[in-house]
Design a binder for this molecule. Structure first.
Ligand SMILES: [Mn+2]
Length: 326
C-alpha cells in the first residue's frame, strides 16, 4: 500500500504536513507545487487500497480527480480552509474543512492533534497573513514576543518562497523545504540550527530591490502600472512589490504586471490604501479574482493591456469612488 501527501507549497501547506507527520510518521510520496499550482490531485497515481492526505488545497479545484480516486478505492483524508463547494459523500473520504476566515490549514491540523505542535501552526498562520489568529495561537503556547516575532518572520519567508509560475521559479523547492524542517519539532530550533531563514530574507530583499530598480512605470490618471520583465525574481516578488508600491503611494491604485513565459501577464492589483475598493471587480472582468482591496489576474493577454489600462483608470477614478461603479 502506497501513501501520498499532497500539500500546498506555501507556509501553511508545509507546516500543516509537518505537524501531521510529526504526530503520525509515515513514508509517503510528496506532491506539491508553487502556491498557485492547486490542481495537484491529478498528479497522484494511486491504486486501490492506497491512501492520500491532502493539505491546504481547494477541494473545489480538485473535484474531478478526487472523485476518480475515491471511485478507484483510494482512501482520502482532506484538511483545508478554502471554499470546498459540495463535499462528496463517500465512505473513503474524511474531511477536516473549516472555511472560517480566522482559520488556516495548520490551525485545523493543530486542533486535530490537540495542540501538540502549535508553534508550527503559528508559523503557518503568520504565513497566511492571519495575524490575530497567529497571535492567539502564540499566546496559547506561551511564546514570548521575541520568539513570536521569529516565527512570524519564518512564516512570511516561507510564504514569499511559494510565489512563482512553478517550482522552477522558487528559491527553495517546497519538498526540500519540508525535508529541511522535518527533523525539528520546534520551529525555533530550526531557526537556530539552519541558515535558511536569513537566506530567504536576503533573497527577498534582493528581489524587491530589482523590482524597484527595473519596473517600467506607466502613470495613468488614477493609478500606476508597474511592468516587470519575464524573470523568476519578478514572479517571486510580484505580490510583495505590489504591497510595497501601494504603501508608498496610498492615494493611488497600483497594478504590477509581470510578463509570463507564455507571453501573457500575471497581474497583482491594489486599490488605493486610502480608498480600498474595486480591485476584485476589475480583475474579474479579465478572468481574475480576489478581494476588494487586493486582487489578481493569472493570465492577461498582452493584446489586452491597453484595454486593461483603460478599465483600471475607470475602476479607480474619483468619479466612481462614491458608487463603486464606473
Ligand atoms: Mn492556507
Amino acid at each position: 500500500m502506497k501513501r501520498f501527501d499532497i500539500f500546498n507549497g506555501d507556509a501553511d501547506g508545509i507546516c500543516a504536513l509537518h505537524q501531521l507527520r510529526l504526530a503520525e510518521p509515515a513514508h509517503t510520496d510528496l506532491i506539491t507545487g508553487a502556491k498557485h499550482e492547486v490542481a495537484l490531485l491529478r498528479r497522484a497515481h494511486a491504486q486501490p487500497g492506497d491512501s492520500v492526505t491532502v493539505l491546504d488545497i481547494s477541494l473545489d479545484s480538485n473535484r474531478d480527480p478526487l472523485i476518480a480516486l475515491l471511485e478507484r478505492g483510494v482512501k482520502i483524508d482532506y484538511f483545508d480552509h478554502h471554499f470546498p463547494g459540495p463535499i462528496p459523500a463517500h465512505a473513503l473520504l474524511t474531511t477536516h474543512i473549516d472555511t472560517s476566515p480566522e482559520m488556516c490549514t495548520a490551525l485545523i491540523v493543530d486542533r486535530h492533534l490537540q495542540s501538540r505542535y502549535t508553534r508550527w501552526a503559528v508559523v503557518a498562520a503568520y504565513g497566511d497573513n492571519l495575524h490575530p489568529a497567529a497571535h492567539r495561537a502564540a499566546t496559547a503556547c506561551a511564546l514570548n514576543p521575541s520568539d513570536e516575532h521569529k516565527l512570524r518572520e519564518l512564516g512570511e519567508a516561507f510564504n514569499y518562497n511559494a510565489y512563482g509560475d512553478s517550482v522552477v521559479d522558487l528559491a527553495v523547492d517546497p519538498v526540500e523545504m519540508y525535508r529541511a524542517i522535518q527533523p525539528y519539532a520546534d520551529p525555533l530550533e530550526f531557526i537556530a540550527a539552519t541558515s535558511i531563514l536569513p537566506e530567504l530574507q536576503a533573497r527577498r530583499t534582493e528581489d524587491l530591490e530589482l523590482a524597484v530598480g527595473l519596473a517600467v512605470i506607466r502613470r495613468l490618471a488614477n493609478g500606476t502600472l508597474h511592468i516587470l520583465p519575464d524573470a523568476a525574481w519578478a514572479r517571486r516578488v510580484q505580490g510583495e512589490f505590489a504591497n510595497l508600491v501601494a504603501r508608498r503611494d496610498r492615494t493611488r491604485a497600483h497594478a504590477v504586471l509581470t510578463a509570463r513565459a507564455d507571453g501573457r501577464y500575471m497581474a497583482s492589483v491594489r486599490a488605493p490604501l486610502d480608498c480600498p475598493r474595486g480591485a476584485d471587480v476589475l480583475c474579474r472582468k479579465f478572468g481574475g479574482n480576489g478581494r476588494v482591496a487586493a486582487a489578481g489576474i493569472d493570465r492577461l493577454a498582452a493584446a489586452r493591456l491597453d484595454e486593461f489600462a483603460a478599465a483600471f483608470s475607470t475602476a479607480f477614478g474619483s468619479e466612481s469612488g462614491g458608487t463603486g461603479g464606473g
